[in-house]
Design a protein around this ligand. Structure first.
Ligand code: 13P
Length: 267
């Protein structure tokens, strides 16, 4: 019997916890290097938790250099669907790969809201990322209005199913899902562990329908939205919460490192 086919296998054996910092539009290249050097000093050799930092495009190269020889991986915050061409101001998967980028955040709610990214566009990006061996961190989540009207699971279902359309079973384990309730992002209002676990378990059931249960058991589902060292242990202890996508608390070495330690403690 393989590990993946046993329903009793603890999730930690199937899914290494992942803590990813989404720095959004913060940090110059020089500031990014200072921050990452501080992080490396404390958790640069951490192997029990996968650590990813996602600086702005302008700091990817300098941060990549600062991460050389460490276990910390590099991620980007967006990319274009096409490999190259007349797309002024855009960045392709191949360009990201050339800077040793391993992950790319796609479909963040800020991109959906401010840049009108649709599920169809996000899906094209997901497929393009996988084609270039970039691991997409696909963000989903409901607005406050959607939650209050009882539409949370429906909204998340549409985002997951449309976002992952055409992804093969073989590549699905390279995908990471981030459940980020829009009302919890940057607001200090974190989802309760019950609210988060309910949606995470639902997402895993959707993944099971799409890719089969053994594959679904291997896909990491991160929580994002006002995650801090104080609320992380309880969230990370939930069965289907496999890590965090961190905004504000990833901009300071101390809080980010504490989040990594919280994940290591629950592994
Ligand atoms: P905050 O942690 O600042 O709420 O941001 C979450 C987020 O959007 C990560 O992608």
């Amino acid at each position: 019997m393989t590990i993946a086919s046993s329903p009793s296998t603890p999730s930690m054996l199937l899914r290494k916890k992942l803590i990813a910092g989404n720095w959004k539009m913060n940090k110059t290249s020089a500031d990014a290097v200072s921050l990452v050097k501080e992080i490396v000093t404390v958790v640069g050799k951490e192997h029990d938790v996968e650590i990813v930092v996602c600086p702005p495009f302008t700091a990817l190269e300098s941060v990549a250099r600062a991460l050389e020889g460490t276990a910390i991986k590099l991620g980007a915050q967006n990319m274009h669907t096409e490999p190259a061409g007349a797309y002024t101001g855009e960045i392709s998967a191949a360009m990201l790969r050339a800077l040793f980028t391993s992950y790319v955040i796609l479909g963040h709610s800020e991109r959906r809201t401010f840049f009108k990214e649709s599920d169809a566009l996000i899906n094209q990006k997901v497929l393009a990322a996988l084609k270039s061996q970039l691991k997409p961190i696909v963000c989903v989540g409901e607005t406050l209005q959607e939650r209050e009207s009882g539409a949370t699971l429906k909204v998340v279902q549409t985002q997951v199913e449309h976002g992952l359309q055409g992804v093969s079973k073989e590549l699905a384990t390279s995908v990471v899902i981030a459940y980020e309730p829009v009302w919890a992002i940057g607001t200090g209002r974190v989802a309760t562990t019950e609210q988060a676990q309910e949606v995470h378990a639902f997402i895993r059931s959707l993944l099971s329908k799409l890719f089969g249960e053994p594959v679904a058991q291997k896909i990491r589902i991160l929580y994002g939205g006002s995650m801090k060292p104080a609320n992380a242990p309880e969230l990370l202890a939930q069965k289907d919460i496999d890590g965090g996508l961190i905004g504000g608390a990833s901009l300071e070495a101390r809080s980010f490192v504490d989040l990594v330690k919280a994940a290591a403690a629950t592994k």
